[in-house]
Design a protein around this ligand. Structure first.
Ligand code: SF4
Length: 255
């Protein structure tokens, strides 16, 4: 499952960042949730694990496969993305063939994943850049760059944002990067793991080091599950939520 492929619906209740004008910018203190609310991260992880269990590691794909699949999963279900990916591989058994095909043919192959007119050139562009820079499609070198440098390398590719890059790096290499999809964003914002008003993009940076490295995957999967089953966008079921005691949505001054 490309777990970070949350649906675009159900916008999070945290407002996007509004960059201050340079003349009026106020220095922001570094965010350290554990300094302000000691033990919160472990409490949340343990509470979610008590409800949903500890997820087994996802089967690992080749990083370039995960990258293409994650592009396909943008704004659609994992099921549709999987179908589009299978059809792409059926019609173009090699990545070179995808790169060299007319973009309309690639779009036709991935039509079941939706937004094919945008995703086809995005996939071709990413593959083309990877081949040009690396002489092939092997992305194994990313594991040696470290989390932030690897993420920066991927996000230089057109159409690859921090969420897609984090999915590839977490799922394929176990690098401790939290992909912040719509569910993770909403749940983290409500609980108070990130400050009010944090954008999804900024949350990717704030989440660096927030979770213990060995529990980032678990946290990612369980935050998504929580957002889908319990802390839903429209009607969070706080009455049966194990995080309720320390959730800022219910208790604005919760420790
Ligand atoms: S207490 Fe309510 S708002 Fe807070 S995490 Fe649980 S379901 Fe979401």
């Amino acid at each position: 499952m490309t777990a970070a492929a949350g649906s675009a619906q159900g916008s999070a209740p945290v407002a996007p960042d509004r960059p201050a004008s340079p003349a009026r910018r106020v220095p922001q203190p570094a965010w350290d949730v554990e300094r302000e609310r000691p033990g919160l991260v472990a409490f949340v992880l343990d509470a979610l694990a008590s409800l949903y269990g500890v997820p087994a590691p996802a089967p690992r794909r080749e990083p370039v496969e995960e990258l293409v699949l994650t592009i396909l999963s943008q704004h659609t279900s994992d099921l549709n993305a999987g179908r589009a990916f299978d059809e792409l591989q059926r019609r173009f058994p090699a990545w070179d063939a995808v790169v060299e095909a007319p973009v309309e043919d690639v779009a036709a192959a991935i039509a079941s994943g939706g937004l094919a007119a945008q995703k086809a050139p995005r996939i071709q562009h990413a593959l083309r850049r990877i081949r040009a820079e690396r002489g092939g499609y092997d992305l194994a070198f990313l594991a040696d760059l470290g989390p932030t440098a690897a993420r920066a390398w991927l996000t230089r590719l057109q159409g690859i944002g921090p969420k897609t890059a984090s999915v590839v790096l977490l799922f394929c290499f176990g690098l401790p990067l939290m992909p912040v999809d719509t569910h993770v964003h909403r749940v983290m914002g409500r609980i108070g793991l990130v400050p009010p008003g944090t954008s999804a993009d900024r949350a990717h940076n704030l989440a660096l080091g927030l979770f213990p490295a060995q529990r980032v995957y678990e946290g990612h999967i369980n935050l998504i599950t929580h957002g889908r089953r319990t802390c839903t966008a429209r009607r969070p079921a706080c009455e049966r939520c194990p995080v309720a005691l320390r959730c800022r949505y219910l208790h604005p001054t919760a420790p």
